[in-house]
Design a protein around this ligand. Sequence first.
Ligand SMILES: *Cc1c(COP(=O)(O)O)cnc(C)c1O
Length: 366
Amino acid sequence: MDVAAQVAALVRPEVAELAAYGVQAAAGRVKLDAMESPYRWPEPMVGQWLERLRQVELNRYPPASPPALRAALGAWAGVPDGFEVMLGNGSDELLQLIALALARPGACALIPTPSFSMYRPIARAVGLEVVEVPLRADFGLDLAALRRAYADHRPALTLLASPNNPTGVRYPDADIAALLDTATGLVVLDEAYAPFAGASLVPWLAQRPNLVVLRTLSKVGLAALRLGFLVAHPAWHAALDRVRLPYNVGSLALVSAEYALEHRDWLDARAADVANARDELAAELAALGLAVVPSAANFLLVRAPAGQGAALQAALLGAGILVKDFSAAPAPLTECLRITVGTAAEHAQLLRTLSRALGAHTDTAP
Ligand SMILES: *Cc1c(COP(=O)(O)O)cnc(C)c1O
C-alpha cells in the first residue's frame, strides 16, 4: 500500500508545491515575532468576560453573524453607511474566500512584494496565478511597474497591505489612489495594522467600486480569537457570502469580540501605547547603528550592518528572544529582522542583547 504515491497522484501540483505554515515554539521565550499585542486585559475585565462566556450554549451552533457585533466593528473601523461587515475566522479566512470567489481558470493575483507571507499560498491554493511586483528599494510602491503589470497580466485581484507587513510602511494615499485607478480587478486593501497608523482608507469604499478592506482584531490584543472582518459594498458582500462556510466564527470568539468592542477605549488606548513604544524603540535601535524602516505598524523592520544579520538573530535566539529572521532572505530584505513591539522590560532585554552582539562584532573586526 503506497499512500505517498496516491497522494502524489491526486493532490493538485500547486498544492503539493506549498509549504505548511510553521509556528515557532514559544514557551518561556520573549515573543516579538508575530505582531501580537503585549497587553492582556486587566483582571476585572477578565472576570466580566468569563461571565459572558459562561452564558454561551455550547450545544448550539453559533448565531448567524450577530448584527450588534457587526455594527460595533463597523463603528470601530469607520464604515460608511450602506456598507457591509463580514466576519471571518481571522482575516486569513476572508482572504481565502475572496481568492476562492475570483479564481477563474487562468486568472491571476497581483502582489506588491515583499508583503504578507500568506498572500501567495492562499492565491496558489485556489489555482490563481501570482504576479509579484517588487517594491522599490525604499519599500514604496513602484507605480510604473504596477502599471505595466496591470497592462500585461490584467489581474483579477490585487492583495495590498498598508501598513505593509513585513516593512511597516504605510503607502501615501496618492500612491494607493493611483493603484486603484490602474487596477484591473478587485483590490483588497489589508489594513490589519491600521490601529497603529492612526489612519484608514475605509471611507474610500464609498467612491471606489473595485475596493474591499480587511481588518482584524488579531493585532490589537485578541490574536487568540481568530476574528477578522471584511468591509465591502453589499454587492461584493453578497458574492463573497456565497463561498463562506456556515458558522465560520465560533460562539466563544463572537461573544469575546462583543465584550472587547464594548471596551473599545481600552483597545484604542493600548494601540496608542504600542504606537508610542514603537517610536521609542525605533530611536533606540537606530542609536545602536541599525537601519530602521519608518513604521506605521506594531513592529519594526531593521537592517543589520552588512554581514551581521545572522549573528544578531543567533544572539537573540540564544537570549530566548524570538523575532522574525530575514537575514538570509533575498533582497531587499537581506540582513533584516522584524521586531514586534513588546513591553518596556522586553525592549530593555532586546536592546541589551543587540548592543552586546553588535559590540562583540565590532571588537573582533580587524
Ligand atoms: C497578521 C496579518 C493578517 C492576519 O490576520 P488574522 O486576522 O490573524 O488572520 C492579515 N494581514 C496582514 C498583512 C497581517 O500581517
